[in-house]
Design a binder for this molecule. Structure first.
Ligand code: PHE
Ligand code: CO
Length: 285
């Protein structure tokens, strides 16, 4: 995740290396933390078969990390051969450029701390459960894995061009909150949804939000909500579509969008390919 680093961050940043990585220190997780992990995992596992993309479900089944907080090393032994990615441990959110540099080198930063039991339903910053459960299974998918690396490279460029805000919207509406079309209806591949007890069913079942076909420039011009369920979800047909649409050089796109007023998160435009216009938006009109 990028952005939103204005408030004091929660992790322990005192022992990190220059690239912001730390040791996971798996031995220091308590039995109560492993138990909380099992509860979080158990809740999501009941929902995943109905709401998550096949790519996500298939990998999750083979990973078997429901016993307790996983050792990153153990996953790396499987992830390396699968897609040549590696997990690195971090204290929490890291600066944009550091994050992009890790992705560009096929390293995914995973937060080491776990939320408190009172935060079972909602946390403000991503913790190890979000980072791991939501993101790691998708890194086993070859096309998605390549998309993540391209995004990292694109991030470094966006930083130079002063376009991080636009690019971050793409991450938000795909990697964190993306939907995908399947023969069995819409499903999610977005980590922010996959790790959420409530939004995972809401994003597919609720009549409230808009569901709109993926449109790169439109997304990079759309604001998003960080403290409520999304008002709009964007739907891809498959991961090839995502990869191909984002392959061109974004420099002219940024030039075109710069200075234009962003669309509100609830907007539906005449040019949108609308799967479903949300009741919340319809009420506004
Ligand atoms: N092609 C984009 C660019 O030139 C990089 C990118 C790829 C961004 C994939 C996001 C996702 O900036
Ligand atoms: Co995330």
């Amino acid at each position: 995740m990028t952005g939103e680093t204005a408030h004091k961050l929660r992790g322990d940043y005192s022992r990190m290396r220059p690239d912001h990585t730390v040791d996971q220190e798996w031995e220091s997780y308590t039995p109560a933390q492993h138990e909380l992990w099992r509860r979080l995992y158990g809740r999501q596992m009941k929902l995943v078969p109905q709401y998550a993309s096949d790519e996500f479900c298939d990998t999750l089944a083979t990973l078997n990390f429901g016993e307790g907080i996983p050792r990153f090393e153990a996953i790396n032994r499987m992830l390396g051969p699968a897609t040549n990615w590696q997990l690195v441990a971090v204290p929490g959110l890291v600066p944009d450029l550091t994050f992009f540099d890790h992705l560009a080198n096929r390293r995914f930063p995973v937060t080491v701390w776990l939320r408190d039991p009172e935060e079972f339903d909602y946390i403000v910053e991503p913790d190890v459960f979000h980072d791991f459960f939501g993101h790691v299974p998708m890194l086993f998918n070859p096309v998605f894995a390549d998309y993540m690396q391209s995004y990292g490279r694109g991030g470094i460029k966006a930083h130079e061009l002063g376009a991080i805000e636009m690019l971050s919207r793409l991450y938000w509406y795909t990697v964190e909150f993306g939907l995908i079309e399947t023969p069995r209806g819409l499903r999610t591949y977005g980590a922010g949804i996959l790790s959420s007890g409530g939004e995972i069913s809401y994003c597919v079942e609720s009549p409230e939000p808009n569901r709109i076909g993926f449109d790169l420039l439109r997304i990079m011009r759309t604001n998003y909500k960080i403290d409520t369920y999304q008002e709009t979800y964007f739907v891809i047909r498959d991961f090839e579509q995502l990869f191909e649409a984002t392959a061109p050089d974004f420099t002219p796109y940024y030039d075109e969008l710069r200075g234009k007023e962003p669309y509100p998160a609830w907007a539906v435009l005449a040019s949108d390919q609308v799967y479903q216009r949300g009741t919340a938006t319809a009420r506004r009109a």
